[in-house]
Design a protein around this ligand. Structure first.
Ligand code: BT5
Length: 329
């Protein structure tokens, strides 16, 4: 552990007592100047450390989401062991795409994205200290193209479980990749795969998950103010961002098994189906070719959404080319 985080640990363990620069310096066998420099670095990372002249330093509760904070809370087999944290980044998915040496199970986390992306190059607003934005990189051994969309479903269920564990309220899913509470979107998921041109083999899958934790409705860009919410607006609960990130990574690992994806797909799809909130409702199906109203009927064994068109025909929708518009209530 670096000196910086050793100092942080001492402050965490001080039990509310002020720790003097001299005491820290002695315990870590470093100079007082080094202590002061590292305290400044921690403050820059977002830790609220107050310094009382000639008395010492005190750490206050800080909503910091550094690699240290997440790994401290993480007990996983592989996911997140390589964890890259950025206070600001363009997009965690883009970083994962452009970093070829990232190992299987690596996680990229940011507190803010300047160019967060959604499907079809749409924008995903990812302001500072408002949520958690992370990408999980997977290099599965055997995966068919059709399984990629299952990974998105898996991420959605992991988000739902996480929010429920931390707030006591279970969110719902809008097929395929959005998580909602009270009919407001609190989380978006973007799964991207990179495929080797010659062989057509899938080299890696990047699962990007962004969740709104702290915004109020007024904080949202006017273009999404009526449709977006945060865990805070919908449950009244403030979750520490590192608690959220660590629990999410853990829950994703619970369902994801390399080579099998969800171990028991049938059982998994039932959990997914139970989390959907618009079955039985009329939705607008928007594809590249056409837009039409249909009743959402069920999820089939492939994870496709089955809808009934107005002429009575049943159609199974694949996630790739379709989006759904819900009727406002
Ligand atoms: C998504 O696309 O919602 C996928 C979002 C994935 C974001 C994560 S964050 C970590 C990783 N790094 C990235 O760069 N991306 C991933 P889609 O279903 O296409 O929805 C996009 C639409 O959601 C936008 O056109 C807006 O209408 C709406 N939107 C944008 N930002 C939002 C937000 N913060 N909360 C709720 N809705 C939002």
């Amino acid at each position: 552990m670096t000196t910086k985080y050793q100092i942080l640990q001492l402050l965490e363990q001080s039990g509310g007592r002020l720790l003097s620069g001299g005491e820290i310096a002695e315990r870590l066998s470093i100079s007082r100047t080094a202590v002061w420099k590292q305290i400044s670095a921690l403050q820059q990372e977002g830790y609220q450390i107050t310094a009382e002249p000639s008395k010492g330093y005190l750490l206050k509760d800080s909503e910091v989401i550094s690699a240290y904070e997440i790994q401290k809370r993480l007990q996983t087999h592989t996911l997140g062991h390589d964890l890259r944290y950025f206070p600001v980044i363009d997009s965690t998915n883009t970083y994962a795409k452009n970093t070829p040496d990232l190992p299987d199970g690596a996680v990229v986390v940011a507190s803010q994205q300047t160019n967060g992306i959604g499907r079809l190059s749409r924008k995903f607003y990812s302001p500072e200290k408002a949520g958690v934005y992370l990408s999980i990189l997977l290099r599965p051994h055997m995966i068919a193209m059709a399984d990629i969309s299952t990974i998105t479903l898996l991420a959605a269920v992991a988000v739902v479980d996480t929010v429920e564990q931390l707030t006591g309220v279970r969110p719902q899913i809008k097929w395929t990749n959005d998580v909602y509470m009270n009919r407001r979107k609190i989380c978006g998921i973007l799964t991207e795969a990179s495929i080797e041109g010659e062989s057509g083999m899938i080299q890696s899958i990047i699962v990007g998950i962004g969740i709104n934790l702290y915004q109020s409705y007024e904080d949202f860009d006017p273009s999404i103010r009526d449709i977006a919410g945060s865990v805070l607006t919908e449950t009244g609960k403030r979750i520490h961002p590192a608690d959220y990130a660590a629990a999410l990574i853990k829950n994703f690992e619970k369902y994801y098994v390399d080579g099998q994806f969800p171990k028991n797909k049938k059982e998994f799809l039932k959990i997914y189906r139970d989390a959907l909130f618009f079955l039985g409702e009329t939705v607008q199906v928007v594809s590249f070719k056409e837009t039409y109203p249909a009743v959402a009927v069920d999820i089939n064994e492939q994870g496709e959404l089955v809808v009934r068109r107005e002429d009575g025909c049943l159609v199974a929708l694949n996630s790739g080319e379709i989006s759904l518009k819900l009727q406002r209530k």
